[in-house]
Design a protein around this ligand. Structure first.
Ligand SMILES: [Zn+2]
Length: 130
C-alpha cells in the first residue's frame, strides 16, 4: 500500500547520510522539498518509518490549505524547535505528525481522532482513485 501511495503521489524518495546538505537542518531526519517533489531521509533516522510517513504528510498536504484549518483544532503532538516560528510552519508540522500517526497506528487513530481519520483516509483514497 505504501509503495502504491508513493507512486501515485509521484514523489521521489532519496536516502542521505547528510540531511543538512539538502534539508538545511543538522537535526533533521528528513525533509520534503516541494520544488523538486523529493523526500530526503537520513540513514540515521531514529525511526525511519515515522520519518517517511511524516515527510509523506508534508508532500500530500503541501497544497492543501484546508488541512491547515482542520488541524487548528488539534494539539501539536510535540514541542517544536524555536526556529519553527511561523504559524504555517507549525501547522504543517502538526499535520505531518498526525499523518504519521495515522499511517503507523491506524486503528487507534480512527478511535482517537475519527474526524481527522476520515479526512486523511479520503485524501489517501483520492490518490488510489487516479
Ligand atoms: Zn516536518
Amino acid at each position: 500500500m505504501i509503495l502504491e501511495l508513493i507512486a501515485a503521489i509521484g514523489v521521489s524518495i532519496l536516502f542521505t547520510e547528510n540531511p543538512q546538505m539538502t534539508c538545511g537542518n543538522a537535526y533533521s531526519f528528513g525533509c520534503y522539498l516541494p520544488q523538486k517533489n523529493e523526500i530526503h531521509l537520513s540513514y540515521y533516522s531514529k525511526d525511519i518509518n515515522h520519518s517517511l510517513y511524516h515527510e509523506l504528510g508534508h508532500s500530500i498536504f503541501y497544497n492543501d490549505d484546508y488541512s491547515r484549518i482542520i488541524i487548528k483544532g488539534y494539539k501539536p503532538l510535540q514541542e517544536y524547535p524555536s526556529d519553527y516560528d511561523t504559524e504555517r510552519k507549525i501547522l504543517d508540522e502538526t499535520v505531518a505528525d498526525y499523518f504519521a500517526e495515522f499511517m503507523l497506528n491506524n486503528k487507534e487513530f480512527s478511535v482517537k481522532y475519527p474526524c481527522l481519520w476520515l479526512y486523511f483516509d479520503e485524501k489517501i483514497n483520492s490518490y488510489s482513485a487516479i
